[in-house]
Write a protein that binds this ligand. Sequence first.
Ligand code: MLT
Length: 404
Amino acid sequence: MTAFAAIELTVYPYDCDAFGHLNQAALLALLERARWDALARGPGMDLFERNGVWPAVRKATIEYTAPVFARDVVRVETAVVNRGTTSMTLRHTVHRVSDGTPVAEAEIVFVCIDRLGRATPVPEEIVRFLGPRPSAGHTPLRVAAGDVELAVDVRGEGLPVLFVHGFPFDRTVWRHQLATLARVRRIAPDLRGVGGSAAPTGADGYALGRYADDLVAVLDAVGARDAVVCGLSMGGYITFELLRRHPGRVKALILVDTKAEADSAEAKRGRDELAVVAERAGPDALLERLLPRLLAPATHATQPEVTAQVRAMARRWSVPALVGAQRAMRDRPDSTAMLRGVRLPTLVIVGSDDAIAPPAAAQAMAQLIPGAQCHVVPAAGHLAPLEQPLATARLLADFLATLR
Ligand code: MLT
């Protein structure tokens, strides 16, 4: 949830330069007006004064992406992206209302000062208004999503990239990419029922639609209108559902170790068996069934720490989530026809030894989407981001650089 309401403002002729464009100083003034208007709608314009502090701008960075003219109406969305003891960072995204064109993105660092100009701790009432501290380091952001609260890692600044994990993993499957990718905003939730996210009690709390709607709640909470969505395996199936339900929230696609087809009748029976194993014997027993096919032979032989991490991730799933996810995957539709209609920059990555979503399936999937690139990561199985983190991160970085 963002503390600040979205505000729409009209650009006046006197805001514009000799060529009729909204000028730089006027944009800053509009952003300031949007902040005051949002305060007026929320806790009151005197929020800072009545707490004896003033929010002084320490640093502002602005990226302009399209011109705006007199009489245009712009929508300013404001998210709290960082909060320190005495400071806070707000990100404004500005869109032209008539056609939704992104116009500018500004990041502004404020420091709370007292009447003598000294930095002073953000007062309690303002802390409450700003909401939970966005994740710094490894403290996850808590995001309300329908009937649950999700744990979300949010790191870095720039183009939003939403990482969606697979089954039975959690957000730490992306730990190398979260740590190393620069100049993008890495957003990695635990799915409902997994890791730090709350679990609905019944298996019917899980469906691809629910997972996809949760991703929208995550994007809303971090103030991202859209994102590059990077889905691993089941995370890919969820990404397809996101494309079906909320296509406007996806800016580009990264599909890792995943496939477009629905399950065969035999695969569906296998899901039902796995759900029974999970219900009767829990995550360890389920993982023993899956493990032989999850990792490349080279990983099994030489990277025991990867196997250990996979076991640890599986243990962070609640039993209803294991069962519910198996049913959601069993019932997923075929996405082949839908992907044929996708017109987004797309990167497909697959491990050379992926036994669950093999390279041939990945290549066929990439061919459905005009212009999609497909790369095979050597010596990786179904978990390329964990088994070959550097090779995977390099592919991601090269692709993301083409989008900035
Ligand atoms: C996953 O990694 O998410 C699962 O292996 C996907 C599947 O079982 O189809």
